[in-house]
Design a protein around this ligand. Structure first.
Ligand code: ADP
Length: 542
């Protein structure tokens, strides 16, 4: 066979040759915008020329600080296909973290949305390597007053740039993109994606038993393009020629439901909190035609079984569960219900649907106990999930020590504690640091919170381990009630609900009711902050 480099150029070229009539929809701050992949391709080429003009050389890192929109999609291909490295910046990081990642990656240019400039201005004095800021304001729109310098207008640069650009033939091992993951302790850790890794990950995502993204699909990534590359969906959609719907910054359930209805979205991707919001909207009686949807892909944290069940039984919508992490590009497992399980009794069906799925073709997994021995596939024995394969990180960027901790003997040790059942479905019990270690036994906070979320009055719930003299740690439930139930449901009601669903010693010692559960920069329950609030006496326990 030929030695053929697996690079993003193939994705871009296939799109150019075959799909110039297909559309991209983009929700901007002030208006909705749409154009064709034909127009998209021309602008990607202009943008590649702009990068050259700004002095971006092969291998240089280019930051993006932006919502999901068509300009961000242009950067997604212009940067890596011209040989540079796209560094997507998480706009919800604390300022110190943001300046840390920009300096650590040594970003040379930053492309930013106009509404995010205040964030950059705050950290600008600390930025050591950035030579240019490019503001992605709309055509004809005045750039906001800013202290950043030198600052350019994206549209102005593009309008001056030539439309011809020959993308180079790159080595498949060359870096294409990078993303930092929020570490619980210490600074964020960077993962660099090679062209080859992204190519193979995109192939796997497109496979029918994985995301199954086809030309006829309309794909709406709600997961931010800065969160593990929107789980790869922009790359796949461009390659397959699927219409993309990019929802911008308005991510409230009503806006999203409106977009699904209006653009006839077939596949949409997001974290559970997004879909819990949509479910509440529908349960509140809001009427939208969501019949175009094949499935809602959910990942990033565990999708509660109750949510999956309600969507299907009440609204005929299928929630497809997937698991991954920044280090795994991110797709590692996905839950397709095997053909012979499709007609299983409802309880069994939803139990499988709520698991994180089976290993993606192309990857290998093993689950090991503390001594490194593989645990049996019995659906009960817990162990740490280890992964290897062509889109699994072999190191953190410029972090030899932390790399050696996580990647050992050719395996990425994910830090996720799972069980595997006889069918090979993995079930994430917890991140090892979030497990509640009670009297030498482990309690899965994820399992417990999902059981609590099945209570009809509960909007959101999370469980943390709190220190205990005798048992070392005990679970504490933090619960947000749905509006209609506020003040009407007691701690005892919640605990009673659990009594026939979990073993006795898993029942939380206490329940606190909160107005909202604090979330991390990528929309997950922020257990670190809750533990801190508890330590500072800010959770009304007792
Ligand atoms: P961060 O570390 O900033 O949260 P990541 O997206 O890389 O960013 O987080 C990956 C982690 O998220 C995984 O290690 C796992 O603990 C959790 N996770 C991802 N998907 C799921 C899922 N479907 N169910 C449960 N946990 C998940």
């Amino acid at each position: 066979m030929m030695e053929y480099p697996l690079t993003l150029k193939n994705l871009l070229e296939r799109n150019r040759l075959l799909f110039s009539k297909k559309e991209v929809f983009s929700r901007l701050l002030a208006r909705d915008f749409r154009y064709t992949y034909g127009d998209y391709q021309k602008r990607v080429r202009r943008l590649a020329n702009v990068l050259k003009e700004l002095g971006v050389a092969p291998g240089d890192r280019v930051g993006t600080l932006a919502w999901n929109h068509h300009r961000h999609l242009e950067l997604y291909f212009a940067i890596p296909c011209s040989g540079a490295v796209m560094h997507t910046l998480n706009l919800r990081l604390f300022p110190e973290q943001l300046s840390y990642v920009i300096n650590h990656a040594e970003d040379k240019v930053i492309f930013a949305d106009p509404d995010l400039l205040p964030l950059l201005e705050r950290i600008a004095p600390d930025l050591k390597t950035v030579r240019h800021f490019v503001v992605m304001a709309d055509e004809g729109e005045q750039l906001p007053e800013t202290r950043l310098s030198p600052v350019h207008s994206y549209e102005e640069l593009l309008s001056r740039a030539p439309e011809e650009y020959d993308f180079p033939d790159l080595d498949e091992w060359s870096p294409a993109a990078m993303c930092y993951t929020t570490a619980t302790t210490g600074n964020p850790k960077g993962v660099v994606y090679t062209h080859r890794g992204l190519f193979l990950h995109s192939l796997a995502c497109a496979a029918a038993d994985m995301m199954g993204i086809r030309e006829e699909d309309v794909v709406m990534p709600v997961v931010p393009m800065f969160h593990a590359n929107a789980w790869g969906s922009p790359f796949v959609a461009v390659w397959m020629g699927s219409k993309l719907v990019l929802p911008g910054r308005r991510l409230d359930p009503g806006s999203l439901a409106g977009l699904i209805e209006q653009e006839r979205v077939t596949i949409t991707l997001g974290v559970p909190t997004i879909w819990l919001g949509l479910l509440q909207l529908l349960e509140g009686g809001a009427k939208y035609d969501l019949s175009s949807l094949c499935f809602l892909l959910v990942g990033g944290s565990a999708a509660p079984e109750g949510m999956i069940r309600s969507f299907r039984e009440k609204y005929g919508l299928y929630v497809q569960h997937a698991y991954g992490m920044t280090e795994t590009t991110p797709l590692a497992t996905l839950t397709r219900i095997k053909s012979y399980l499709k007609d299983a009794p409802a309880d069994r069906f939803y139990r499988v649907a709520a698991k994180q799925g089976v290993i993606a073709p192309g990857l290998e997994m093993k689950v090991v106990d503390e001594a490194g021995r593989e645990v049996p596939w019995d659906g009960k024995t817990m162990g740490e999930l280890c992964l290897r394969g062509p889109w699994i990180a072999k190191e953190y960027y410029r972090e030899p020590e932390r790399s050696a901790e996580a990647i050992r003997d050719g395996w990425l040790h994910t830090g996720d504690i799972v069980t595997v059942d006889e069918e090979g479905y993995i079930f994430i019990m917890d991140r090892s640091k979030d497990l509640v270690k009670s009297g030498g036994e482990w309690i899965s906070s994820v399992d417990l919170e999902n059981t609590i979320m099945a209570h009809p009055a509960v909007a959101e719930a999370t469980v943390i381990g709190i220190p205990h003299e005798k048992w070392q740690e005990r679970p504490l439930a933090c619960v947000v009630l749905k509006e209609a139930y506020k003040g009407k449901v007691s701690k005892e009601d919640i605990l009673d609900f659990l009594r026939d669903k979990v073993v006795r010693w898993w029942i939380p010692d206490d329940v606190v009711f909160l107005e909202a559960i604090p979330k991390t920069s990528v929309g997950k329950f922020n257990k670190k902050q809750l533990r801190q609030m508890y330590a500072e006496g800010k959770l009304a326990t007792g």
